[in-house]
Design a protein around this ligand. Structure first.
Ligand code: ADP
Ligand code: UDP
Length: 234
């Protein structure tokens, strides 16, 4: 399938139209940003890691009954995906306290939560992606009640599958962010699942193997992405 006009250039990916109006090509960049674009940099080979890792995880989730946007990986950095209309929500799951949750509630990073939590942020760069609750989502008509129920149900299933999957390769899934889209009459998983969008800690040492190394200037950012890539057998 040929790449036509660029539809959108985001912070981490470029999105291209194709001859098929139902299909897009996403092209993963090495660009890294944090704090709503305030911190900028580049992580060598990140595009390859995130593209191939997302595709591997999406395939695993598909086997578990979750429909995703994945059609086919066409190169190390490019993938054919189903074109969806993104539900403007960042859906965040947490198994262990970290980041903004730790700050907001005064819970030490690394504290195991009594049960996994689900939270939503309104995907809006101008507003800095504010946290939003389910009533506010309905009030702003960002999603219907049925869609929200479906998203929540799918998200907890995805969490269960991802936690088990990462455990096998000696990684604790602390938290992650996913996005869903409307595709014809259904809600499917879109965007990516990668060290950019997850907190991944080594199960034995708690070493951070994710974008927090970039956000917090912890060093060896490339090494962390490579380590996850290697453990996935990629
Ligand atoms: P951002 O917009 O946060 O800078 P990216 O650089 O990752 O993020 O850009 C990719 C954009 O493409 C995001 O806005 C994401 O919501 C959107 N997107 C992801 N998957 C799909 C899809 N299957 N169809 C349409 N848009 C998608
Ligand atoms: N996250 C993301 N994109 C965002 C915000 C958060 O992928 O715009 C991910 C982040 O990598 C982490 C989880 O969502 O895995 C929870 O992030 P948190 O709310 O703690 O925010 P942060 O500490 O990144 O500000």
């Amino acid at each position: 399938m040929k790449k036509l006009d660029m539809l959108y250039e985001g912070k981490a990916k470029k999105v291209f139209l194709t001859e098929d109006s139902d299909v897009l090509i996403v092209d993963y960049k090495d660009d890294a940003t944090a704090f709503n674009g305030l911190k900028k940099g580049s992580i060598e080979n990140k595009g390859v890691v995130n593209n191939r890792m997302s595709n591997l995880l999406f395939k695993m989730l598909e086997k578990g009954g979750i429909e995703t946007h994945l059609i086919e990986e066409i190169s190390d950095r490019e993938t054919l995906v189903k074109k969806v209309s993104i539900v403007p929500l960042e859906v965040i799951v947490r198994n262990v306290a970290a980041g903004s949750f730790s700050k907001r509630f005064g819970v030490e990073e690394g504290t195991l939560l009594a049960s996994p939590t689900l939270e939503f942020c309104y995907k809006n760069d101008n507003l800095g992606d504010p946290m939003i609750n389910e009533y506010q989502i309905l009030a702003l008509d960002l999603a219907t009640k049925e869609e929200l129920e479906q998203i929540s149900e799918m998200t907890f299933k995805i969490n269960d599958m991802l936690v088990a999957f990462f455990k096998e390769i000696g990684i604790k899934l602390i938290d992650f962010k996913i996005e869903f889209g409307r595709y014809h009459d259904r809600i499917i998983l879109a965007d990516e699942i990668s060290p950019d969008t997850c907190r991944l800690w080594d199960a034995n040492t708690n070493e951070k193997l994710d974008k927090d190394r970039f956000r917090r200037d912890l060093g060896n950012v490339e090494g962390a992405y490579e380590e996850v890539f290697k453990r996935l057998g990629l």
